[in-house]
Design a protein around this ligand. Sequence first.
Ligand code: SAM
Length: 412
Amino acid sequence: MLPQRPSFLPMSSSPRDAATPVVSAFYDRFPYPGDPLQDGPPPGYNWRWCVDSAMAAALGVLSAAPPSGTRTWRILDAGCGTGVSTDYLCHLNPGSTVLAVDISAGTLEVARERTRRSGAAQQVQELRIEQRSLLDLEQEDAFDYINSVGVLHHLREPEQGLRALARQLRPGGVLHLFLYADGGRWEIHRSQRALSLLEVGTGGEGLSLGRQLLRELPEANRLRRHHEQRWALDTAADANFADMYLHPQETSYDLDRLLRFVEQADLRFAGFSNPQVWDPARLLQGELLERARALPQRQQWALVEALDPDISHFEFFLSKGDVEPLEWTDAALLAHSGQRNRCLWGWPSTSLMGPDLEPLTIAAAQLELLQAFEAAPAGTPLGKLSLAMAIDERLLLARQLIAERLLLPVRP
Ligand SMILES: C[S@@+](CC[C@H](N)C(=O)[O-])C[C@H]1O[C@@H](n2cnc3c(N)ncnc32)[C@H](O)[C@@H]1O
């Protein structure tokens, strides 16, 4: 039995990053993100925070289903900010245990109010929201899923932060990270540097002078144009503007540096959580695409990075332990069970909104197969589903549904 710890230890007595005092004070002034609070569940869904979907995307397959068929997870939201992600994590993973930590007291006040108003705690077995550094979690049991979006790049030593999160992840667990990418932040870095040279500071004055700068630069100026075309909407809230242009501590990565960063923590890269961005088919066609497709995976990503200077962040999954690429042979597929992706709107119907909230029409037979998995006892393999459907058709439909991420394969 672990000793009970108070919900807040003075930060000075806990392990922390050298940037913690300045970063926590910054977010006390500008709690991020500045999304409005609302009564009731958060709008829509985000499959990256629906742990079943995220685990299946990262690992290719879910572990055996519990007899109840309902999965509950131990989830950590490391650097939860004003609790937008925490709110989704609670609503999208009913019955789970959620710990959300952040170093900024001001930010956590908003997170507590957000989750109180949305009824997040009623969705889960336990929700704790605590003022702690992600470096200071050693007394916690391991987590199945760790979400840390936009956080590690604000530590003086992000490597130490990633190693701390890796220690908290159970073997077979998945970590979802979001980190800044150099390429698409070229203009932001310039503006940040200009504001720093102008000594506008990281508070209210910086905010008004920063907005003035991007409003008053010549119309054709690249920094102004880029801001207006790309970021004006995202930075409408003051906290979001400050986060982008006034931050006292940030690092960004290119692909090589990112992959080295992951390796030093002894974690495995388990895929981008926005894979469509990294598909060369988004940018190339014909012979050039064929040549691109012939490259090893890492080179394909390098090619996309070179061709698309607008990529401003990396979002990706890491796993603790190797991810074996699964070969969906007929025999393997028939022996596996399946679970309907819960991140869908309109279920049960042939007209759905898919995991990325995109409109989808599925065939009646696909719907029938998904419904058969839902009705069967947990763990029933595809080959044993009671369904008037030939084996070849089951295999074809299951492959299509897995590719569309509507069906999540489950280990027998
Ligand atoms: C850009 S905000 C991201 C908030 C949230 N993850 C989101 O994306 O909506 C970064 C957050 O990380 C928190 N943070 C920075 N260093 C931290 C640390 N060492 N431990 C925990 N939280 C930290 C900051 O206080 C801030 O709230």
